[in-house]
Design a protein around this ligand. Sequence first.
Ligand code: THU
Length: 141
Amino acid sequence: MKISDEQKQALIETARDFATRAYVPYSHFPVGAAILVEDGTIIGGVNIENASYPLTVCGERSAVVTAASQGYRTIYAVAVSAPRAAGTTPCGACRQVLNEFKPEDQSMLVLLDEGDGWQETTLDILLPSAFGPRDLDRAAE
Ligand code: THU
């Protein structure tokens, strides 16, 4: 899938918009995420904290769970917006969860909100030599 500049802009704007609805009473560190799935739909998520702190769900994983619940299985791009810290990258756990749904034929684009624009990287750069579904397929052969 070719990702247009308009789609990138829409991903960043969706991530910023979602960040305003983050549930962050403990860290006060809102994170919004937006992912682009196989039919061009953009799905957002926010971090949702919990009084039992480790049960917190990150913005990126919340978006992935929503997308997968709707039947989507391929994520072409993800945007992350942390308004209090420009350039915030997905945490390690989220990188692994995103890896599950990366496209077979291209790398997953990752957009990092810089406030006045965005930085572009890829999941392969953020999570090199990742373990994923294809490793389990190999074991079954
Ligand atoms: N957080 C995310 O939502 N995504 C990340 O990739 C980094 C961390 C959240 C978890 C917690 O609610 C807050 O940011 C501070 O760690």
